[in-house]
Design a protein around this ligand. Sequence first.
Ligand SMILES: [Zn+2]
Ligand SMILES: [Zn+2]
Length: 308
Amino acid sequence: MAELRLNEITKEQILIVENRSKRPKDFKTCQEKVNVSFKENCPFCCGNEELTPPEVYRDSENWNVRVVENKFPILNSQGKIKGYHYVLIEGRHHSRNIHEMSKEEFLNVTKAFVKVSEMLYQKDDVEYVQLFKNYKKEAGASLEHPHSQIIAINKMPEKINRTLEKSKKYFEKNSECLLCKTINYEIQHEKRIIHLDNDFIVYSPYASIYPYEIAILPLEHRSSLLNMNDEEIEKLSDIIQETIKSLINNVGDVPYNLYFDFIKEEKEYYHYQVRICPRLSIHAGFEIATGLFTNIVSPETSACILAF
Ligand SMILES: [Zn+2]
Ligand SMILES: [Zn+2]
């Protein structure tokens, strides 16, 4: 039986149609995995540094993480709508992905996320910074070597503007941050919780568009990733990595998009989050025409499977 759920903020409608015949193992990919540390023609491999566009950040002389300009930017410094489009090379090794990295290796990546966001938000022509990762071709990745992207833009995207407005209005009316309230609700009801510790909640959002969609939120109210201390960055890094490991171990080596939803300054009405959206189903004619998204794994089932 189908159930209709509404995302109160975005107004997206989701049809939860739990398909019991499709269990996690059906999603597991059987592709032969390439495991090489170096590929001669890969611009991101260590030793091929001269193949990339100009570098804007490296964490040390013998780098672990480099950030370079995107060869095919969606935005540049010209025109009314402009910005910066960078690629973050997550390591020297050609095929070691987040779930296979050591804690220290992924910590270097998380540190670079924070550092480069701070760098970009210092520029006068930057209104909004988006950090995201497309894992595998099906999720939009065009190169195999582990990497993420950072886009800074001189105009706040309308979807983000609407979310900010709605969060602000909710706060004015209820004297409470909407996501702080959601966190308390999810803790009380338990059924969508994937993981809970002293610092973070990981849960399957009530109106998830994607099967096994995941939200990671700090328990303490926080709007921005900027100006975090080393301990906070380390905790954030660990929880993201543990969550991805749980997804890959329980559902398979599936494609996903990961993104950070945060703003520049601390605001009492805005709560930052990290979202992971596995890409196991394709939105086709019905979704495009009606804006009604079908999700075949209920968030409650998803939480049971992903729990750690
Ligand atoms: Zn490579
Ligand atoms: Zn909050």
